[in-house]
Design a protein around this ligand. Sequence first.
Ligand code: C5P
Length: 238
Amino acid sequence: MTSPQDRLIIALDVNTLQAAKKIIDETSDFCTTYKVGLELFSACGPAAINLVKQAKARVFLDLKLHDIPQTVSAAIRQAVAQDVDFLTIHALGGSVMLKKASQEIGLQCKLRLLAVSVLTHHSDAEIKSMGFTQTSLELVLNLLQQAYQTGIRGCVCSPLEAPAVRAAFGPHMTIICPGVRPNGSASNDQSRIATPTMAIQNGADHIVVGRPITQAANIKQAAASVLREIQEGLYAKK
Ligand code: C5P
């Protein structure tokens, strides 16, 4: 069974191991997975992965891979060697890249690939200005369909899109939602957002929360409060 703590993923969007360790030390009672993203990985490399593993937590490596298929699968091989649990890949990389990535993981490996479709800071107007004619939801579903067909069974999407994603792919798709803002907190640069309770009710398996926790005056209190909001979502779903 997935505990409420397993549902929360905290984004370690900092640039030193010390800052990351401080967040982990303060929040390890409230979550079992930490996201190592571009900033921390560029600054500290695999030491950031080791830091999370030493805390006996799972690693979500958010590198949003998008390159030629050969390069992406070579990167995935390294992530597998480092015992990463979740790894993001851009669905916009196309079916050949996605298929090779999916084959690299195979059936034996515990690493779960997560297809990223449309980043949550994009508004519909911005998506249009990039030349896409579909609505953002249509684009999300098309991109995820392509990823699903190659064997990928995890995705990152906005909590507002989670109901449609769940309806389209059923229980075998792991849905992870960033763009989550606890009741009463600032939206920052995220535009398609929901509260933790709403995100869970909408079908998210896990939510990713960064700044509302990591930049809070009291990190422990902020994490505890997000966990309570997750629990409310789980009760409401029963
Ligand atoms: O601070 P905040 O809660 O907005 O952090 C959200 C995290 O989730 C960031 O690390 C960001 O890179 C990541 N993310 C996102 N939207 C996606 C995929 C990942 O915001 N579609």
